[in-house]
Design a protein around this ligand. Structure first.
Ligand code: ZN
Ligand code: ZN
Length: 294
C-alpha cells in the first residue's frame, strides 16, 4: 500500500511563506492498494492537486472516496477535483452512515448557490455504496469507527491483501471533556498492529484547556495511542493553522524524543504535503519519499 499526503492542514487552508515546507492545503490523503485501486480519504483543498496527478497518470479505474465528516476543511476541494469534469470518471462514495448517504444524494456544495455547477450537471458518474458495515474495496477490507468530534465523524481502517494496513483517525479528540463516543482503549483495539496510523494531532498540551471540547487531539495523546495500539508508525496529521513550519519541526523533534523513551519501535512522521509512504508487511517502518521542490 502506498500513502500520499496532498493536504495535511486542519480547519482552514494556510498558504504563505511560513507554511511552504509542510503545506497549507486542508486534509486529503490518497491510498494506492496492492491492486492499484485508488482510495481518497477526505476531500480538503489538497484534492485539487490529487485530481491533477490522477489525470497525469491516466488513472481510469473507479475512484473510491471516503469522507470522515462534512466540515469545510474536509470537503472544500470537491468542486475543484478535475476528474469530476470527465464523463469517463466513476466516483464511488462510501458514506458509512445514513446521514452521510443523504449528503451524497443532496450535496450542498453543488446546489447551484455555493458553486455554479449543479450536482446533476457534473459529467462524472457517482455511485454510493450504502453498506454501513465493513466491506471490500478493490484488494482491501475497509472498516469504520465513530470518533469524538462535534457533529460526529468516522475513522477508517484499511487492510490490504498484501498484509499492509492503515488506520485513518481524524478529526478526533482522544480525551474529550464531555461524553466519549469511542474510548482510547477501543481505538487502540481498532488500530491494533496497523502498519501506519494517521491521526489528528492539531494541539499541544499548551493549547489546553482553551481548546478542550473542540474535537481534536494533543500530540502526546496521539503518540500514547500509537504505542498502545502497537502500530508500527504514526503520522501526525490535521495541523493547526497557527502552527508554522518551524513549529511543526519542533513537533517532529518532540515526537521522536517521546518515542525514543516510551515506544522505541514506533516510527513517527509529521505529515507534510507531498510526503509519500510505502507500507511494508514485514514490520519495517514505511519507506519515505519527500517531494522534490523546484
Ligand atoms: Zn477538520
Ligand atoms: Zn471537523
Amino acid at each position: 500500500m502506498r500513502v500520499r499526503f496532498f493536504g495535511v492542514r486542519g480547519s482552514i487552508p494556510t498558504p504563505g511563506p511560513s507554511t511552504v515546507r509542510y503545506g497549507g492545503n486542508t486534509v486529503c490523503v490518497e491510498i494506492t492498494l496492492a491492486d492499484d485501486t485508488r482510495i481518497i480519504l477526505d476531500a480538503g483543498t489538497g484534492l485539487r492537486e490529487l485530481g491533477k496527478q490522477l489525470q497525469l497518470e491516466g488513472y481510469a479505474k473507479p475512484i473510491h472516496m471516503f469522507i470522515t465528516h462534512p466540515h469545510w476543511d474536509h470537503i472544500l476541494g470537491l468542486p475543484f477535483f478535475g476528474p469530476l469534469y470527465s464523463k469517463d470518471t466513476t466516483i464511488v462514495m462510501h458514506p458509512f452512515t445514513p446521514a452521510g448517504a443523504e449528503r451524497v444524494r443532496q450535496p450542498i456544495m453543488f446546489d447551484g448557490t455555493h458553486f455554479p455547477i449543479r450536482f446533476s450537471d457534473i459529467p462524472a458518474t457517482f455511485k454510493s455504496i450504502e453498506d454501513f458495515e465493513s466491506h471490500q474495496v478493490g484488494s482491501a477490507l475497509v472498516r469504520h469507527v465513530d470518533l469524538n468530534h462535534p457533529g460526529g465523524c468516522v475513522g477508517f481502517r484499511i487492510d490490504d491483501e498484501d498484509g499492509t494496513s492503515l488506520c485513518y483517525l481524524t478529526d478526533n479528540e482522544l480525551n474529550p471533556p464531555g461524553p466519549v463516543t469511542t474510548t482510547p482503549a477501543a481505538l487502540a483495539r481498532f488500530a491494533h498492529g496497523a502498519s501506519l496510523g494517521i491521526h489528528d494531532a492539531q494541539y499541544l498540551s499548551t493549547d489546553m484547556p482553551a481548546k478542550a471540547g473542540w474535537g481534536h487531539s494533543i500530540v502526546d495523546d496521539v503518540l500514547a495511542l500509537a504505542r498502545d495500539a502497537e502500530v508500527r508508525a504514526v503520522a501526525l496529521h490535521h495541523h493547526d493553522p497557527d502552527r508554522d513550519d518551524d513549529a511543526l519541526d519542533a513537533v517532529g523533534t518532540g515526537a521522536n524524543g517521546w518515542a525514543a523513551v516510551h515506544a522505541p519501535a514506533l516510527a513517527t512522521y509529521v505529515a507534510s504535503e507531498g510526503l509519500s509512504l510505502e507500507l511494508t508487511e514485514d514490520g519495517r517502518p514505511p519507506a519515505m519519499k519527500r517531494p522534490s521542490r523546484t
